[in-house]
Design a protein around this ligand. Structure first.
Ligand code: MTE
Length: 323
């Protein structure tokens, strides 16, 4: 007869704590003793600050192996420059939000998958990352404001998350949503912006091999200012499509309206593919500034990724593909 002897540290499966509950418990242990001595409001602030400092249990997966398929025509932007020049309106409208964004707790972090899927589900970020094989990719990034960077992202293809989500045949788009918590993110108190930040892709775009979910950059887990713990990277589109700090993937039939489109549809559209010949209503898109170098370069159609994605837009010539 085969008898299993449990060692001291082993617990039955049914007693194991799901990732998000384990984190709440740890946060209580980290912040609990000091928090109890404080007033309720201060205690909560203390708890949030302690959560923001929790270690990343997937840190040992970095640096991941680089996928040599994705090459650059320019040097990678220095990490220090990239880390201090960001768009993340949840933390303010300037480029200097790196410090403010450190207030965002990224553990526990639950990702919701819902809408037209076989089975809606919620999954903790570390369980999700461990289900995927992560790799490093060098991508260009072209902001609609006519500046650009080159980044070493780490993560996994969005197509893998779609396989995991198992959308129904009737789903046509994936809609992604950023966290919403105006107490943590002061920008979300600016009521004239259409919070939360939302972006969408067609399922054909999302399944393209370039569409990438970044969980890391520069060989380590993603920094908060870049949209930790997971953000989109779609390098053939203007940077505003690359939504940060995603909490929800919904599979839908109707085309989702993105944050910038909802704010100013005359300037920003759903497709937002990079095209140097179609100016923004207020400035030219013909060239871009490589941040950190002062250099200006001509912008390329689809940001140089036409071989991968041009085919996605055949038959859509009457759509507003370039805004
Ligand atoms: N995602 C959220 N949630 N909030 C934002 O303000 N800004 C977008 C995009 N994703 C934004 C966002 C814009 S305009 C750009 S150019 C990129 O993030 C900037 O990414 P980076 O700061 O890592 O360069």
């Amino acid at each position: 007869m085969h008898i299993i002897h449990r060692r001291g540290w082993e617990i039955p499966e049914r007693q194991a704590t799901p990732e998000h509950l384990a984190f709440s418990r740890r946060a209580f242990l980290v912040g609990g003793a000091s928090a109890m001595a404080l007033a309720p409001c201060a205690a909560n602030a203390q708890r949030v600050a302690d959560l923001a400092k929790l270690p990343d249990p997937t840190a040992n997966l970095y640096p991941a192996k680089r996928n040599p398929k994705f090459t650059l025509d320019r040097p990678i932007t220095a990490e220090k420059i990239n880390d201090n020049y960001n768009n993340f309106y949840e933390f303010g409208t300037s480029k200097y939000i790196a410090e403010a964004s450190q207030a965002l707790p990224i553990r526990p972090w639950t990702v919701k998958i819902d809408g037209m899927v076989e089975k809606p589900q919620e999954i903790g970020i570390d369980d999700l990352i461990r289900k995927m094989t992560i790799e490093e990719r060098l991508y260009r990034h072209r902001c609609v404001e006519a500046w650009s960077m080159a980044i070493a992202w780490t993560g996994f293809p969005l197509a893998k998350l779609i396989d995991f989500a198992r959308p129904l045949g009737s789903a046509k788009f994936v809609k992604m949503t950023t966290f919403m918590d105006a107490k943590l993110a002061p920008g979300q108190n600016m009521s004239w912006f259409p919070w939360p930040y939302v972006e969408g892709l067609t399922l054909a775009e999302a399944g393209n091999e370039l569409a990438f979910i970044a969980t890391g950059c520069y060989g380590h887990p993603l920094d908060k200012q870049h949209g930790a713990p997971l953000r989109l990277a779609v390098p053939w589109k203007y940077g505003f499509k690359s939504i940060k700090s995603i909490v929800r993937f919904s599979f839908v039939e109707q085309r989702p309206k993105g944050y910038w489109e909802a704010l100013q549809s005359s300037e920003y559209g759903f497709w937002a593919n990079v095209n140097p010949t179609v100016p923004h209503p207020r400035w030219s898109q013909a060239s871009e500034e490589l941040i950190g170098t002062g250099e200006r370069r001509p912008t390329l159609i689809f940001n140089g990724y036409g071989d991968y994605v041009a085919g996605l837009y055949k038959g859509l010539e009457n759509e507003r593909l370039w805004a």
